[in-house]
Design a protein around this ligand. Structure first.
Ligand code: BJ8
Length: 425
């Protein structure tokens, strides 16, 4: 830990004592979860470095950006259109929301029966632990679920918050509402930054964000190979880091990793034995450092080969059409792309069901694990339809409900082991 980092954190209003405790918890977990893996791609070194300095270099970059008069915008959901933020010269960061450490702090204010993602994110702000929140000028929320929607009202007492209304259906009327929201968001960002979003700038930003989507799609495509050339844990980490790393650097690093991973495929080099059971995880997003389920699965002999989650395919599937049209036309393209995200907040959400079956086939999986955070009613209820759909398709399913604590690890491991035994090849 560098001395000037401590000064930076103090300047950001971080509670240093609490922050020290939090940062000291991470290395042993990372060692056990990540560094103990065998035969990892060498290019994972960059991602290890990013996590090793999680509140250092990147925060410093954001501070410098802010000191040069630009803005930092923070979000918790993949519905916030990054293209618009970048086109105004600002940076979008995904906020930490995957740690148990901040949950008890949030429970002083929020009901305990709220999902861990909401409590963790709120606790980070309340406890002044996260330098990314502290660096940001605006937090952008959304109305995807009731818990978040109401949490954002309370969060607004501590920091400027703007909430985008995400519709609950995908009808023409809903599309009109969402397009209106996207246009209003552009105005909010222009006002925040004092920069006009021109057609050129928006087209450039769209291309950049698409390039990151293409790089992540490439990585996921490599996971279809047998033996699988990269662990699910490592692939998850890459996506998690993509939420807050510099976009251009992330594209370069993910593509360099893909080069290596593709040459492993050519050489038949894998991280798990060829007969390891291939698993697709679907459900709630796994914000950093939520690695629990992947760790349990992969230390029980499975290979996680795909995630149908917002820290997986929902983050990068579907590109925004790249065009030289007017700002208005480009905003329509952006609105349409984001409305294709199959979040369980939509009713009906049948596209997610068919997506799970499609991915299960494309990645040649032996089974699906449906993961939902405890107290997340949308994903828990949608799991009933996922179960029916997978039963019809003849694909085995295991449903896991969990939070960020370690208390249920033994119980989950027992269920995972029984499931893997059942789907043995
Ligand atoms: S687009 S999945 S990132 S909302 S787990 S907070 S839904 S109670 S995270 Fe999500 Fe956007 Fe949808 Fe994706 Fe609420 Fe459920 Fe908690 Fe959730």
């Amino acid at each position: 830990m560098k001395t000037d980092d401590r000064k930076m954190w103090a300047d950001l209003g971080i509670d240093l004592q609490r922050h020290d405790t939090f940062l000291n918890l991470l290395p042993p977990v990372y060692q056990e979860t990540y560094l103990s893996q065998n035969n990892r791609p060498e290019h994972m070194e960059f991602f290890d470095f990013v996590v090793g300095d999680i509140h250092g270099i990147r925060v410093r970059e954001l501070r410098e950006h802010a000191q040069n008069g630009s803005k930092v915008v923070a979000a918790y959901c993949v519905f916030v259109p990054e293209e618009i933020v970048l086109a105004a010269g600002a940076i979008l960061v995904g906020l930490c929301a995957g740690a148990q450490f901040s949950v008890p702090l949030a429970e002083d204010i929020l009901p305990r029966n709220t999902c861990a993602l909401i409590k963790s994110s709120f606790g980070f702000k309340l406890g002044r632990i996260c330098p990314y929140v502290q660096t940001s000028h605006l937090i952008v929320g959304e109305t995807t679920c009731d818990g978040k929607k109401k949490m954002f009202e309370i969060l607004g007492k501590y920091q400027p918050v703007y909430v985008m209304e995400v519709p609950n259906k995908k009808t023409q009327l809903s599309r009109a509402l969402w397009l209106g929201e996207v246009k209003s968001f552009k105005q909010v960002i222009e006002k925040l930054t004092g920069d006009e979003i021109t057609a050129d700038r928006l087209a450039q930003a769209t291309k950049l964000v698409n390039d990151r989507r293409r790089a992540l799609q490439r990585l996921y495509s490599a996971r279809k190979a047998a033996p699988v050339p990269i662990s699910g844990k490592d692939a998850l980490l890459v996506t998690q880091v993509a939420f807050y790393d510099d976009v251009a650097r992330c594209i370069q690093q993910v593509n360099a990793l893909c080069d290596e991973v593709e040459s492993r495929i050519a050489g038949g080099d894998g991280v798990f034995p060829a007969n390891a059971r291939r698993i697709l995880i679907t459900g709630s997003p796994m914000a950093i450092p939520n690695w629990k389920l992947h760790h349990i699965l992969e230390t029980a002999g499975a290979a996680v080969v795909c995630e149908e989650t917002c820290t997986g395919t929902r983050y990068f599937d579907n590109l925004v059409p790249e065009c030289e049209g007017t700002v208005e036309e480009q905003l329509e393209n952006i609105a349409d792309r984001y409305l294709k995200i199959n979040c369980a907040c939509f009713t009906p959400n049948d596209e997610r069901l068919s997506d799970i079956v499609r991915l299960a086939k494309e990645y040649n999986v032996d089974g699906v694990v449906h993961y939902n955070l405890q107290f997340c009613h949308t994903y828990a209820n949608e799991a009933v339809k996922v179960e029916e759909t997978l039963a019809e398709a003849g694909i085995p399913l295991l449903r896991i409900e969990s939070d960020y604590s370690n208390e249920d690890e033994g119980q989950i491991r027992t269920r995972v082991e029984a499931f893997l035994e059942m789907i043995r090849r």
